[in-house]
Design a protein. Sequence first.
Length: 405
Amino acid sequence: MNKTTCLSTSSAPAKHARQASARNHARTPLRNMVKANNPNRMLVTCAVAEVARSETANAAARPVYPFSAIIGQEEMKFAAIMNIIDPNIGGIMVMGDRGTGKSTTVRSLVDLLPLIEVVKDDPFMSSPTDPNLMAPEVLAAYRAGKQLQTAQVPINMVDLPLGATEDRVCGTIDIEKALTEGTKAFEPGLLAKANRGILYVDEVNLLDDHLVDVLLDSAASGWNTVEREGISICHPARFILIGSGNPEEGELRPQLLDRFGMHAQITTVKLPEERVRVVEERTAFDSSPKDFRKKYEVQQSEVISKLSDARALLPAVQVPMEIRLKISQVCAELDVDGLRGDLVTTRAARAAAAYRGATEVTDEDVYSVITLCLRHRLRKDPMATIDEGTKVLEVFSRVFGYDEE
């Protein structure tokens, strides 16, 4: 073997060794980059979290249209007030034409919602005193006799987008903790955030069926059960469900429709004077939201004060047995399925009495709420010649013994 052959033969392994060493050396920083304690990754995570907090703060600071400045829509506003006084009524379904301000009215309720006491830094909005409204960890601490730190916070209003995934609604495994700590942890979803608050679904009649099933389950039981990726958790999910939609875009499933305590119908304003006033008010709000809100501060304070008084008076309101029997008779003659109609009408009548400052329900209180509570519970009759609301009032007038006014 000549010298040239020996040199080429001996240098080949050395060359491969140097290449392998270079590759390993290049991979070393890459491995370090994906470690849990990598500062670059921590910086990215912190930056993303900071952006999310900033967006949340901006959304919270965004001014909403004042409730007292809304023109018309008396039926919807009254139903909203009844639900704020007594959240057990079960929410509102609002159906109406496009561009009638349904979403604006719902979001204006934020200013009217009361403060509630929650366990500090708890993502499930747990109550510090009611075990039925506590998350598993809070309930364990409560039963162990530990002192729970509390805070006063406004009631949450959570928007449920039509494109939301089931994981985002129900909650899922916390990917960040799984990657950084190697532990299984639950990341709460929108149902946890909406606990003891309001869950608003715009265009609810376009909601995907699998999300409708989730809402039905939570609305029926008041609990959200998650079983996925080795995680098993059950937390309270009691919320006021508010939905809005346009009837031209499709009907709502009867099972979900029955879960709404009240059903309000909104129509387009016909009078030219009112239409012009609505346009002027909205233009003024868009031009200077803060100045516009200041103009309605007194009216807003009056509404909030009246709602506070009504909530305090509600436990003392009584419903005479005669009125209870007549409410049930109306439901029976209308052939309403189940007893939810009787229950919701009685609760709403008590809220109406508390709102006017009385401690006993009268026929007028029942009259003001019975259409809202029963019109969506009637069986659909394709041959009917009258509106469901008109049919409810006809039966009410006959049972309660006075003509419809």
